[in-house]
Design a protein around this ligand. Structure first.
Ligand code: LMR
Length: 437
């Protein structure tokens, strides 16, 4: 309906009259919830590719169900474990502290023990005061602090992330607003390291890029460079002036030896790199829910280290103010006391060894089940996960037909495999892969 301009009395009503068709539509077709509620326009977020598997597992009521999704250690009875070293540390900590706030950067003793564990007790960079370090909220929190630091103080740099990697790495750098690219890491046909691709991508990346490296027990592939390959990678990165950031979520968990698992970092340090390290005590001390970790950055000198540390605290303060106390006290008690530390070394080796033996057993059971496929990669890989090579459809069939849950990239959390369930797992894997892998 058009309104005549010669009718001044009606002119004020013009907007209402012109809106009539829309109003009529609104009355005839009731508005969707999206238009009528405050958050009606908020879409459901997609499920997390790892923690979403636990939700599916919990919803399955079949008693034979198996959760091989999230990387969380279980004993041979499928039960979560609290290490004896942690129990003893808890006993010593109980009642011994006030529940005061920690400083923004966390517990000083915890940090100094953590960086020694990563870099070695006698690392020159520690003696020279070149290391900026703060306590963090486990591995995710460390990576996120670094990503925010990168955004502010390494402007225009990209982060290069291995293909494949832990799915949360993408979320972390995306949310920090840092541009990311992938580098070649894994070769599906050899089920091994794509060393040539990796080196080529190091050369091609813009000088001064950040390279995210898994210090050991690469998640999800379980494929690590050898010490000689790390040396080559280190030299190639030095030439291009790249900044290596080591995500070390599994120190001790790969080989059972904390020094051996930190070899990559120490090779890079020896070559004179400035680098970052994200440490987590979730897996190696079983402190998953305590959210305890450490982020450290090796700088050129003491002045820079102090400035970098102050900026890391400035990032942490508005994000979570200061980190939690309890887990940091437990770690400190263990690392400061030689007897407890030795007990912990023994226990972390025990966990690593159990996983290594489950790899052999799974491979053996697959062969006994009559699988004609090559399963050597299960025993060649290292760390918490077996990157099986199964397709997303095979993984879906394992869940639907056998109540066995794992991430859709075919990653099996070997920490959830035990002498009681390995046979059923092998039979089920054989059934869904028959002749197709
Ligand atoms: C995993 O990869 O399963 C673990 O690191 C747990 C997690 O937070 O994703």
């Amino acid at each position: 309906m058009a309104l005549s301009t010669s009718a001044p009395a009606l002119a004020g009503l013009r907007p209402v009259l012109n809106a009539l068709p829309a109003l009529t539509r609104a009355l005839v077709q009731p508005a969707s919830a999206a238009a009528t509620t405050l958050f009606g326009n908020v879409e459901q977020a997609p499920k997390d590719p790892i923690l979403g598997i636990t939700e599916k597992f919990l919803a399955d009521t079949n008693p034979i169900k198996m959760n091989l999704g999230v990387g969380a250690y279980r004993d041979d009875n499928g039960q979560p474990v609290v290490l004896d070293a942690v129990r003893e540390a808890e006993r010593r900590v109980a009642g011994s502290h006030f529940m005061e706030y920690l400083p923004i950067g966390g517990l000083r003793d915890f940090i100094s023990e953590s960086v020694k564990l990563a870099y070695s007790d006698d690392a020159a960079v520690l003696r020279e005061g070149q290391v900026a370090a703060v306590q963090s909220l486990s591995g995710t929190g460390s990576c996120r602090l670094f990503a925010d630091f990168q955004k502010r103080f390494m402007p225009g740099t990209k982060v290069f992330i291995p293909e494949p990697t832990w799915s949360n790495h993408f979320n972390i750098w995306r949310d920090a607003g840092v541009e990311f690219a992938k580098y070649r890491y894994y070769k599906p046909d050899t089920r091994g390291l794509d060393m040539d691709g990796f080196l080529e991508d190091i050369k091609r990346a813009p000088a001064g890029s950040v390279f995210l490296l898994h210090a050991c027990a690469h998640n999800p592939t379980g494929v690590d460079p050898t010490p000689e390959q790390w040396r080559q990678l280190s030299r190639a990165m030095l030439e291009r002036g790249h900044f290596p950031l080591f995500d070390m979520a599994y120190q001790g968990f790969a080989s059972g030896d904390c020094d051996r698992d930190a070899a990559s970092i120490r090779i890079f340090l020896g070559d004179g790199h400035r680098l970052g390290v994200s440490q987590s005590y979730a897996k190696n001390m079983g402190l998953y829910g305590q959210r305890v970790g450490c982020l450290s950055v090796v700088c050129d000198n003491k002045r820079d280290a102090s400035a970098v540390e102050s900026q890391l605290k400035a990032i942490a303060r508005p994000m979570y103010s200061n980190p939690p106390l309890h887990g940091a006290l437990l770690v400190t008690k263990i690392l400061q006391d030689n007897d407890l530390k030795q007990l912990w070394f023994k226990e972390v080796k025990g966990m690593a060894d159990r996983i290594i033996s489950m790899r052999s057993l799974l491979r053996k059971r697959l062969e006994e089940a009559g699988s004609p496929l090559p399963w050597g990669h299960i025993t060649d890989q290292i760390g918490m996960f077996a990157y099986s090579g199964m397709s997303p459809e095979m993984v879906d069939a394992l869940a639907a037909q056998h109540h066995i849950y794992m991430t859709r990239n075919g990653r099996i959390s070997m920490a959830g495999v035990n002498t009681k369930n390995v046979g059923r797992l092998a039979e089920a894997m054989h059934a869904v892969t028959s002749g197709k892998l």
